[in-house]
Each structure stands twice: as C-alpha cells, then as structure tokens.
Design a protein around this ligand. Structure first.
Ligand SMILES: Cc1cc2nc3c(=O)[nH]c(=O)nc-3n(C[C@H](O)[C@H](O)[C@H](O)COP(=O)(O)OP(=O)(O)OC[C@H]3O[C@@H](n4cnc5c(N)ncnc54)[C@H](O)[C@@H]3O)c2cc1C
Length: 324
C-alpha cells in the first residue's frame, strides 16, 4: 500500500506531493484534468497561448520569496513588468502599487509541470468517492479504478472537498462556510495585434475586472493573445449563461474599454471558473484529522492566491509526514 493519495494537481497538491516524495514517501496524485495547473492552467488553442486562470504570482512571505527566487534561478519563473493601467476609480487598487509580479516561463503552469514530472500522476482520474476503513483510505474514480493508501490529502475547492468527505465528517461544516467567488474568463486571439497603449489593465467599471496581453509575458510563444476576466458580480449574475454569449459580451466590453480591440478576432472563447477565489479564506493553512491521517488543503485555507496554495501545500506535507 502506498503512503499518500493526493487529490488535485494544482499548487497545493503538487507542492505537498513533491515534498512528501522527496522525503521518501510513496505518493500518487490523481487529477481530473488532462494535466497539471488547476486554477493556474495554461490553455493552448490554434497557436494562441492563454493563462486563463491565475495571471501572475506575488510573494509576501520570506519563505515563498526564497522559493520564487529558486524557481526563477531554475528558469521556471520570470519577472513580468507589463505596462499597466487602471480603468475606473478605486484608490486602493493594486494596479497603482509597485507589486513585483512573476509568471511561469511559457505559461503559468511551468513550475507545476516540473513538479508533476517527478511524480506518479494519474491524469483524467476524477475521484468520485473516498472511504476510510480503520487503517487505510480508499479512493475510487468515476470509471471504477481504486487506489488505497495510509493517508489522504484532498485539495479540491471547498464545496467539492466537502462533497467527497460527506456531510457527517467534522470538516464539512467548516468547508461549507467558505464562499468561493466565480469568474468568467474570455480568451481572444487576434490576427493583427491591437495597438493598445498598455499590456494589462485593472478595470473597475463595467463587466470586466482585468485585461492582459498574454504575449507580453516573458517566454510566451503566443501572438496577440488577450485575456479578459469578468468581475465577481458580473460572473455571478451570468453564471449559467452560454459560453458563446459570455464570450461575445466580454469581447464587446473590451472594445468599449479601448477601441483598439475593435478588430476581427480569430478566436474568442469563454471559460467559467465556478470556484475562482475565496471571499474570506479560513484562518489556518490546513484542516487536519491526525487520527485518520487526513488533510484538506488549498489556497482558500491560507490567504487565497498562489502563495496561499503553496503555504497550504507545505503545511500539508509537514503534517502528513509527522503522522506517517
Ligand atoms: C480567474 C482566476 C484568476 C486568478 N488570478 C490569480 C493571480 O493573478 N495571482 C494569484 O496568485 N492567484 C490567482 N488566482 C488564484 C490561483 O489560481 C489559486 O490560488 C491557485 O491556483 C489555487 O491552487 P490550489 O492547488 O489550491 O487549487 P486548484 O488550482 O483549484 O487545484 C485543485 C485541483 O483539484 C482538481 N480536482 C478537483 N476535484 C477533483 C476530483 N474529484 N478528482 C480529481 N481531481 C480533482 C482540480 O481539477 C484542480 O486541478 C486566480 C484564480 C482564478 C480562477
């Protein structure tokens, strides 16, 4: 029997899995998507490359700053210094602060690809049910595969983690209190680059909250690939709309913002992130049930964003290592 099953190949799951594996534990990572990334995924369509989830990362803690420096030294991350602007008034907006931003070289999932490369990852493996039986965890996939391990790390968003654990587990009540805000994302590929005066913009008016030129990121192999993110309020109001309608509405909002976008697109797609970001993250890097050797982790436990996911993943690995 292996030591740990990790559900989810985003920042928190892969950070924990890589640390546990490098300390000699046997680990299997199961991920419902075809590759690593989760909400930090990179999508390739018709020659265009889009970071349609997380845009960049920032580092506030010393520990994560050191890690970012190491990944930068390894060529996986690079600083991104876009020409930034802000539409609409909101004085506390981060767009006006001199935050340092890093991006994955070639896509936001560059680090995650590297971490996954050294691990036993099962792609397209959706955990449907989990079961604890005195000494071990059994995880079953939607297509009937079974994995068994001494311990379990769940890193799915709170509603999905709660559904896996079931209503009787002590964590479910806490998980159900974490509200995740949605975000519709639009990906637009242009034949000719729009002549905007900026690479990225924080938007505080209309349906959008952010637009960015993906090919302004270091190491991008893409041409004229723009991302737009809708605000949480607009995304919530249009949560069940058809993706084609959303793509048209958000592209129209981009052209309202700057007439330079008013040109034919070669590609215009929308993606819905139903659980994009925690409105109010929990106060603690993980939820741990030592008796059952179970940990639940994710950005929503530790201050949201990539740094929070990494902090949660590190804490998860430490806790599981201490009980294994
Ligand atoms: C639109 C958007 C913009 C963002 N912008 C930024 C930004 O600019 N900077 C920043 O720092 N952060 C940003 N974030 C947040 C950042 O993406 C997250 O903090 C981080 O990616 C969370 O990592 P995680 O591992 O905790 O969760 P996730 O990335 O959600 O990973 C969980 C994984 O579990 C998998 N999974 C779920 N259920 C199952 C199951 N049953 N079986 C198998 N696998 C399962 C999922 O497919 C997923 O891969 C943004 C997020 C979104 C959506």
């Amino acid at each position: 029997m292996i030591d740990v099953i990790v559900i989810g190949a985003g920042w928190s799951g892969l950070t924990a899995a890589a640390r546990l594996a490098s300390s000699g534990r046997s680990v299997a990572v199961v991920e419902k998507s075809r590759g690593p990334g989760g909400r930090s995924a990179t999508r390739r369509e018709e020659g265009f490359i889009f970071d349609h989830g997380a845009q960049y990362l920032t580092a506030r803690s010393d520990a994560f700053s050191r890690q970012v420096e190491a990944w930068t030294g390894a060529g996986l991350l690079a600083p991104w210094t876009p020409s930034l602007t802000v539409f609409g008034k909101r004085p506390d907006h981060a767009g006006e602060s001199p935050a340092r931003r890093w991006v994955g070289v070639g896509g936001m999932n560059a680090v995650l690809h590297r971490l996954a490369g050294g691990l036993d990852c099962r792609w397209g493996w959706r955990a449907e049910s989990i079961e604890f039986d005195r000494q071990s965890w059994r995880v079953r996939s939607t297509d009937g595969q079974l994995l068994e391990a001494c311990s379990l790390l769940v890193t799915a968003p709170p509603a999905q983690s709660s559904a896996l654990l079931g209503p009787e587990h002590a964590f479910s009540g806490q998980l159900d209190t974490v509200e995740m805000l949605p975000c519709w994302s639009v990906m637009v590929g242009f034949a000719e680059p729009p002549a905007t005066a900026f690479d990225a913009a924080f938007v505080n008016e209309g349906p959008l909250s952010w637009v960015a030129r993906n090919d302004s990121k270091p190491g991008s192999q893409s041409t004229s690939a723009w991302i737009g993110h809708a605000s949480a309020a607009w995304s919530r109001d249009n949560l069940e709309a058809e993706p084609e309608e959303v793509a048209d509405a958000l592209f129209a909002a981009m052209t309202e913002l700057d007439s330079a976008f008013n040109r034919p697109s070669r590609l215009c797609l929308a993606h819905r992130w139903r659980y994009a970001m925690a409105r109010a993250p929990l106060d603690g890097p993980i939820l741990a049930d030592d008796g059952r050797k179970l940990v639940v982790a994710g950005d929503w436990c530790a201050g949201e964003r990539i740094e929070g996911a990494w902090i949660s993943g590190v804490a998860a690995a430490q806790r599981l290592a201490s009980v294994l």
